[in-house]
Design a protein around this ligand. Structure first.
Ligand SMILES: Cc1ncc(COP(=O)(O)O)c(C=O)c1O
Length: 405
């Protein structure tokens, strides 16, 4: 039989910021028999899922579901709304923003990549990778675009490579203040269903999300939440598209079906996930992640290590990036922790590779699994020779004991 953890007993600690640990309830739902995706039962399931997703995205407008990872939904967002050579304004918050920008270029778009310049004196890491989007820079750039050459502003809501969120409502205000017609596209792949996300209220035209983060599903399905302006743009956009095309999907979704074979069993899981999230209530879901994040940050502070996010206003509720001391390779540390304690932590990506690791606090977790995670980190840091200022585990225990969930 397939062996999935390095230790003979116990459950592997999957504490990367997605894929997140999947609740047993969802795994069981996914083990139901596959049914005919054009049969009579399927349409009712499809309609229920689409209505539930609208609640989670906080939108009244259509949400497209793709049998693809988040990267597919990134491509869908651009391919449905843009034409060859269009200019898009993107913002460098980290590795995922960088990958999305590269994708836009590969699709034949012109990109401008805004970023806060400079390196952080404390860690030597790029400043822009430690902060959220500066909406004032976007407003300034749009004001300079009198000819409205820029067709879209693209930002990442929760930058999973750094543990930094961005104020999406502020980006919408910046676009409006500049009187600019650019579409607002938001990657909330790791934000949705963990960090507060309000599609309609924030005036987002296309949101991109994925299954394997806050929705607590395995990877494999992803989403585009639309707006009337986004849909309107897709009627004139010229980039070639077929599999990703919204028109057929939105039309067939009206009866709960899809133009091609959907991921039936992942959709069973989605049904269960939506039920769990909506039973608990989105406010409680967001508060739970904020509380976990605060406990984990208390631990990192007690260790005396810098948190990758340098702005307390935009700490991610989903993950925390921990910067390792100069000379301590964060990936070697992760390997040691994995081997010794069967705990997976997120690697540093792109410009922060080897300099930090990421602790995911999302999915099927609770106070004690997070304390186990922090214990694994603390033991690993000590084994790697890092001099810690104090016990992070104790600090997190104190936090969780003092702040009831
Ligand atoms: C913010 C963000 N954007 C995009 C992606 C890419 O999604 P996927 O790996 O599902 O294709 C990820 C994956 O972790 C992500 O966290």
């Amino acid at each position: 039989m397939l062996k999935l953890n390095s230790h003979p007993t116990g459950r592997h600690f999957l504490q990367i910021p997605g894929p997140s640990p999947v609740p047993d309830r969802i795994l069981r739902a996914m083990s139901l028999p596959t049914i005919d995706h054009r049969g009579p039962e399927f349409g009712a399931l499809g309609l229920k899922l689409l209505a539930g997703l609208q609640q989670v995205f906080q939108t009244r407008h259509p949400v497209a579901i793709y049998p693809a990872s988040g990267t597919g939904a990134w491509e869908a967002a651009l391919a449905n709304t843009m034409s060859l050579g269009d200019l898009v304004l993107m913002y460098e918050t980290g590795h995922f923003a960088t990958l999305w920008q590269k994708m836009a270029q590969r699709l034949g778009l012109r990109t401008e990549f805004l970023a806060e310049p400079g390196a952080c004196p404390e860690t030597g890491l790029p400043v822009g990778w430690r902060r959220g989007v500066n909406a004032a820079l976007i407003e300034q750039r749009l004001r300079g675009d009198g000819g409205h050459e820029i067709k879209a502003v693209c930002v990442v809501h929760n930058e999973t490579s750094t543990g930094v969120t961005s104020d999406v409502a502020a980006v919408r205000r910046a676009i409006d203040a500049a009187g600019h017609p650019a579409l607002l596209m938001v990657d909330t792949i790791s934000g949705l269903a963990s960090a507060d996300y309000r599609h309609d209220e924030w005036g987002v035209d296309v949101a991109i999300s994925g299954s394997q983060k806050g929705l607590m599903l395995p990877p494999g399905i992803s989403f585009n939440a639309l707006s009337p302006r986004g849909l309107e743009a897709s009627t004139t956009a010229k980039l070639p598209r077929s599999y990703w095309a919204w028109d057929e999907i939105v039309e067939m979704n009206k009866t709960g079906y899809w133009p091609y074979t959907p991921s039936t069993n992942l959709l069973y899981g989605l049904h269960e996930s939506l039920q769990m999230l909506l039973e608990q209530g989105l406010e409680a879901v967001f508060a739970r992640h904020q509380r976990w994040a605060a406990g984990v940050r208390a631990a990192v502070r007690a260790w005396g290590l810098p948190i990758q996010c340098a702005d307390a206003a935009v700490y991610s509720p989903v993950l925390t990036g921990v910067v390792t001391p100069a000379g301590v390779d964060a990936d070697a540390l992760r390997t040691l922790i994995h081997e010794r304690f069967d705990l997976s932590l997120g690697t540093g990506l792109g410009k922060v590779k080897g300099r930090m690791f990421r602790i995911g606090h999302l999915g099927d977790s609770n106070d004690l699994t997070l304390l186990g995670t922090l214990a694994g980190c603390e033991m690993g840091l000590k084994l790697a020779g890092v001099k810690l200022a104090g016990s992070g585990v104790q600090a997190a225990m104190d936090h969780f004991a003092e702040h009831r969930g």
